[in-house]
Design a binder for this molecule. Structure first.
Ligand SMILES: [Zn+2]
Length: 213
C-alpha cells in the first residue's frame, strides 16, 4: 500500500512507500526529508513530554537566579519574568514572554500527553484526538523554548559584568526542560502519528465488534 504526501518545502507530490524502522524518505526534487521512522518515536515523544512537565514544574518552583548587588540579594523565579515586564508597563513584551514560556509549551505538552498516553497504553483514542493533533502540528513550529534559552544565557553573560549572579535550580531545570521538549517534538513525525492513529482506530473497532451484544 502506498500513500501520497506533499513535500513541505516544494509541494512535490510523493508516492512514498511505508517506511521500516530507522528509514527516511527524501523529496526527489529538493532533497528535503519528508518523513522518517525512528524506532518507538511516539513512545519517546510521550516519555520526553512527561519528563518536560516535571522539569517545567521544577523550573518554576525553585529560584531561576539570584542577583547580588551591593550586599542586596534578589532571587527570581521563572514565572516572575512576565509579571515584572507587566509591572514596568511593557505589556506587549509581558504577553509575548507569557505566550512563549508558559502558554505554548504547556499547551503542547498537555495536548501530547492527552492524545498519546491512551493510544500507547490502552490502545484507545481520547475524545477530540484528531482536532488536537492537527493543532499540535500547527503550533509545533512556534515552540521556541530553545531560542528563549539562548536569549536568557546571552543576557546572563552581560549581567555578570554588573552584578554577582548565582544560577539556581530553576535555571538548570529550564535548560533540561528545553532539551526534553525539543526531543519530544523532534520525535513527533506527522505521518507516523496518523498511521499509528489509524491502527489504534482499527483496534478499537475490532474490540467493539467482539463485544457480546
Ligand atoms: Zn521537495
Amino acid at each position: 500500500m502506498r500513500h501520497y504526501t506533499a513535500c513541505e518545502h516544494c509541494d512535490y507530490l510523493l508516492n512514498a512507500p511505508i517506511l521500516n524502522h530507522n528509514e527516511c524518505a527524501y523529496c526527489p526534487r529538493c532533497g528535503h526529508r519528508v518523513s522518517h521512522r525512528p524506532k518507538y518515536s511516539l513512545q519517546f515523544t510521550l516519555s520526553f513530554s512527561l519528563a518536560s512537565v516535571f522539569l517545567f514544574i521544577l523550573s518554576n518552583t525553585f529560584p531561576f537566579l539570584t542577583i547580588s548587588v551591593q550586599g542586596q540579594h534578589n532571587a527570581m523565579l521563572l514565572w516572575q519574568a512576565s509579571f515584572e515586564f507587566w509591572h514596568y508597563d511593557h505589556k506587549l513584551l509581558a504577553a509575548l514572554v507569557f505566550f512563549v514560556i508558559f502558554f505554548l509549551p504547556l499547551t503542547l505538552l498537555v495536548g501530547l500527553i492527552y492524545i498519546l498516553a491512551p493510544m500507547i497504553f490502552w490502545r484507545q483514542l481520547s475524545p477530540g484526538t484528531c482536532w488536537i493533533a492537527r493543532h499540535i502540528f500547527k503550533l509545533k513550529s512556534w515552540s521556541m523554548v530553545d531560542v528563549y534559552l539562548v536569549a536568557v544565557l546571552a543576557s546572563l553573560t552581560k549581567l555578570t559584568a554588573i552584578a554577582s549572579i548565582d544560577f539556581g535550580i530553576g535555571l538548570w531545570g529550564y535548560i533540561s526542560f528545553s532539551i526534553c521538549l525539543s526531543a519530544a517534538l523532534a520525535n513527533l513525525d506527522r505521518r507516523r502519528f496518523w498511521r499509528y492513529l489509524e491502527k489504534v482506530r482499527c483496534h478499537q473497532r475490532l474490540k467493539q465488534q467482539k463485544q457480546p451484544i
